[in-house]
Write a protein that binds this ligand. Structure first.
Ligand code: IMP
Length: 450
């Protein structure tokens, strides 16, 4: 409970509220950093604040593999999970995902989270195909939220659920869709009624933990460039995953002792449409590439080219969507973009993942400047923000820096370090973690930077 005594309020040690955000277009491998942070800092609660089942990550602990789309990954190490009101919840998916966990003890929800009804997925596939969404109804749920006709978690047990469903139905009818409100009510009750005793208002629930010395780790889904507000609109998701938004969505404010950590891959990937300035293009003959077909390709038989490098990144990085299995577009690390994301999020420490995927390349490049057609430069720290263009090539040229490659990170550490040092100097923020494989042991940490 909140303390009313001034003395105990000022002498009590408050808990921390740290945030982990993705700095690219999602899929950066945030789990590694979360795992390391959780080992060094006792977190009592892990919270998610945005998005829904469009996110996807695999967490391996010992023999057990967890596929998580809604739950924050810290739940697998026994932390209390909180799914905030800024999320949109697919109840069927949630019920499936929580099976391995003791739901009554370990999971709580923000009461204003919106529900993704099954019909939203159909609408998403039909209406948002041009964006290349994950077809999980995410955009539809956020749209109906803004339209004030969405169904929230707390509505499931409210007296006026029927009238809310009727209102939603009239909105959907205007768009050519119809709800069977009786069936939807049954659906909501069968998948959602159990959640009632675990549902709270975000801000007081989390502040209470912090007041009592509990630490909170807030896990962002996706990456900044997919942010509705700060990303490459309209090719973005429908929520904001920036660190400022993480605090705001949960009804919290950042204090000086709270830290924001950002995660980037050592290269770049993106699924769906929109610009990807440093993309290494694959020709049409690879448009149906799957994880099986790419693993059968012998890269040594191919001539060196950007396309061969792209194939290597896809193959060694297993660059297929966790949720949709779609082939991810790949490219070189983009430092102006990374700096933009770091500055916007006020990141104080960076984790760089999948460095091993670059091993074996003769040369490794990264973009250091965007050059506008008039010759002026953008370095990621322009007060005008990230360039807003629908076709990057029309407005910009890129400047790259190339490094000699390495065969093996440990035996060729000097070469790898030259690459990483350059990145650290450019971004001006310590690289605190380098990950070079999926295993926990394939991680180097540098609490003060490399
Ligand atoms: P939506 O979030 O399903 O509406 O999709 C909007 C855009 O965000 C599409 O380009 C998706 O591919 C992308 N997206 C959404 N979630 C993720 C994610 O977790 N990783 C990578 N891309 C994502």
């Amino acid at each position: 409970m909140y303390s009313t005594s001034k003395e105990s309020h000022y002498t009590r040690k408050l808990g921390r509220k740290d945030v982990v955000v993705g700095l690219q277009w999602g899929d950066e491998g945030k789990g590694k950093l979360i795992d390391w942070l959780s080992k060094n800092q006792r977190y009592d609660v892990v919270a998610r604040f945005n998005g829904g089942a469009n996110a996807g990550h695999t967490v391996v602990v010992g023999d057990q593999t967890y596929k998580l789309r809604l739950l924050p990954s810290g739940i697998v190490s026994g932390k209390h999970a909180f799914l905030g009101s800024g999320m949109v919840l697919d109840l069927e998916q949630l019920n499936e995902e929580i099976k391995p966990f003791d739901k009554s003890a370990t999971i709580s929800f923000g009461k204003n989270a919106h529900i993704v009804l099954p019909i939203y997925k159909q609408m998403d596939s039909e209406k948002n195909a041009h964006i290349g969404t994950t077809k999980n109804g995410i955009g539809i749920a956020y749209e109906l939220k803004a339209n004030r006709s969405g169904i929230r978690l707390q509505d499931i047990w409210s007296n006026d659920l029927n009238s809310k469903l009727e209102r939603l139905n009239s909105t959907l009818l205007e768009r050519g869709y119809e709800l069977n409100t009786t069936k939807v009510r049954q659906y909501l009750e069968s998948y959602g009624l159990w959640m009632r005793p675990h549902t709270f208002e975000d801000s007081p629930f989390l502040k209470d933990k912090v007041q009592n010395g509990g630490n909170i780790l807030i896990e962002g889904a996706q990456g900044l460039m997919l942010s509705l507000d700060w990303g490459t609109y309209p090719y973005v998701t429908s929520s904001d995953m920036s660190a400022p938004s993480a605090y705001a969505s949960l009804g919290l404010t950042k204090s000086d002792s709270d830290q924001v950590f950002g995660v980037t891959k050592a290269y770049i990937t993106r699924v769906g449409g929109g610009i990807l300035p440093t993309e290494l293009h694959l020709s049409n003959k690879y448009s149906d590439l799957t994880s099986d077909t790419v693993s059968a390709i012998d890269l040594l038989t191919l001539d060196p080219s950007d396309e061969t490098t792209a194939l290597k990144l896809v193959k060694d990085g297993k660059e297929f969507g966790t949720v949709t299995k779609r082939l991810r577009r790949v490219g070189w690390l983009d430092l102006p973009q990374l700096k933009y994301a770091i500055k916007l999020n006020d990141v104080s420490g960076v984790a760089i993942t999948k460095v091993d995927v670059l091993s074996g390349l003769d040369e490794v490049s990264l973009a250091t400047k965007y050059k506008f057609n008039d010759g002026s430069e953008y370095m990621g720290d322009d007060t005008k923000g990230y360039p807003s263009v629908s076709k990057f090539e029309d407005g910009f040229n890129l400047e790259y820096k190339t490094f000699s490659g390495w065969d093996d990170i440990s035996s060729d550490w000097d070469k790898t370090k030259t690459y990483l040092d350059f990145i650290q100097d450019y971004i001006g923020i310590p690289i605190v973690l380098v990950s070079y494989g999926p295993k926990r042991s394939q991680t180097m940490t540098f609490p003060e930077g490399i």
